[in-house]
Design a protein around this ligand. Sequence first.
Ligand code: 5GP
Ligand code: ZN
Length: 125
Amino acid sequence: MSILNHHAHDDNCIFCKIVAGEIPSKKVYEDEDLLAFHDIKPWAPIHFLMIPKAHIPSMAQLTPEHEQMMGKIMVKAGELALSQGALPYPEGGFRIVANTGHHGGQEVHHLHVHVLAGERPWQKI
Ligand code: 5GP
Ligand code: ZN
């Protein structure tokens, strides 16, 4: 059973189209609530995005009903980073970024968490 009892969908949202399979993606992980896929323009040797399948515009719209889903993203991030070749903590590790709103540098308005890992230097940040 999915954590949220409905999957809000926005027809104009590029990440909703990825969830629906209308735009192809290189999947890292999928379950009933979440999808993880490689970023099309990676900033680091390992760079994937983790998104809720439900359309939530950003971190700014989160409410207590999302706690379990966001917790799942955070708990899964490290496991997925290792599965993609990140070296273990503390020598390796990873970085999590959640751009939120214009000042936060957000371009795609479907909540996503960037997971970045691998040898430096990276392209951005
Ligand atoms: P933001 O700046 O909103 O945090 O990041 C959006 C990210 O989504 C960017 O890193 C961008 O490369 C990625 N992205 C945008 N469109 C697509 C797409 O169609 N497929 C994939 N895999 N990534 C995308
Ligand atoms: Zn969406």
